[in-house]
Ligand binder design. Sequence first.
Ligand code: BES
Ligand code: MN
Ligand code: ZN
Length: 498
Amino acid sequence: MDYLLKTGDITKQRTACLVVGVYNKKKMSAAAEAIDKNSRGALSKILKKGDFQGKAGEIQMLYNIPGSACDRVLLVGLGSEKEYGIKTVRSTAAAVAKALENSYVIEAISALPEVSADESLSKILRETIIASENALYQFDQCKSEPEKNGRPLKKLGLFIGKQRKSQQIEQAITQGKAIAHGVTLAKTLGNLPGNICTPSYLADQARALGRKSKKLNIQVLEEKRMKALGMGSLLSVSRGSTEPAKLIIIEYKGGPAKSKPVVLVGKGLTFDAGGISLKPAAAMDEMKYDMCGGASVLGTLAACAEAELPINVVGLVPASENLPDGSANKPGDIVTSMSGQTIEILNTDAEGRLILCDALTYAKRFNPDVVIDIATLTGACIVALGDKASGLMSNNDTLANDLLAAGERSGDRAWRLPLWDEYQSQLDSNFADMANIGGKGAGTITAACFLARYTKAYKWAHLDIAGTAWLSGANKGSTGKPVPLLTQYLIKRCKLDK
Ligand code: BES
Ligand code: MN
Ligand code: ZN
């Protein structure tokens, strides 16, 4: 969808639908009041009838409002005026987008961004765009006859009153669109089934992304090359599958040549059956989402390129399937990682760390400022945090705090868990340098402890997105997380968070 800024007099906005807000207890926003005045109290009259209270998310379409240049007025409840803030901006933007889509208007103007909150207009505009796109997202690529809306919403004007358009505001729009598109890409890659979204498919999608921007450079390492590099751990996982593993490298050069990059490493397990340590059948389909870390890396790099952020970022996506067959990893097998450290595979279902460790070793060659890995790594993380926050573990407090702050600010939150040395002994092995599982307790932390043995050379953080990357049940589908968190972190690093 297209978003554009609208300024001037609200009563003169020529549009199929003008969206105005009303707070709790029928208290009109400035925009609603202006329309009310201009229509000689048409809105007050309707509100008096009591059908519309102004509760958060409440929606009412009105026709034939006299005096204004619009065909319809959509009232949106904003809830408590005191509590109005960025959270309400997000939820009302989503409610509005859905209502407009269902009302078959193809163009509308929303006066919600004008409403004052304890936030900059830039931030409100950015979040409005992200939340609207999120709400309008549909995945119907695999339906033979997708339900078509003959009159889909194509244009949303964002009315900002008498304010002048500034570079800062234009930038917010650009960023909002870029982040929204990055989230959409991550969602779609996640929702695609494992028989379509294979490691080769992910590699092709990265190449397609590369064709969109001169600042993106794509390279795909094949198994032969990985073997020569000594990536015995990564390759051991793909051995049980007929789909060849890929190591996807996406370089975005938006900053000065000498500035050290942020390296993002995303788990790209396109289907995780568990291998010989086979998973139970229930909900196993959801293991197509085991590449959501990788998808978030593609989405974040797409956003960087679209917003032309002045920063260098490298995306690494080790991509593989984890399936059982005659050549698959067996419990007890010992493999040698690229770092030289040996690993006793006590559970073939703990495969994420096996592909990540070699990618994390490979990350060193980019001379990174920081490395952040993103992975649907442990079921234990869902037990600990549910779907409300990603698990965060780090060997650097500044990096951890920056990521926590980016999570708060983007509404895509993370929560830190400890990475104390005391947990390391859970990975002791009688036969190799380490085991790939850490026993009963603290599964999310011991998984991170495993990765920590490969990330000593740089500042590193690990995001466990097992609980946040997708929703189960009736709303089953990818969330696109943590693209908002990651892009927010990068935007802040560029000092462009206005
Ligand atoms: N991809 C899974 C983690 C996962 C499971 C994410 C369910 C979301 C929902 C990962 O590869 C895995 O299987 N982890 C094991 C580790 C265990 C064997 C130590 C797990 O969490 O059970
Ligand atoms: Mn697994
Ligand atoms: Zn997995």
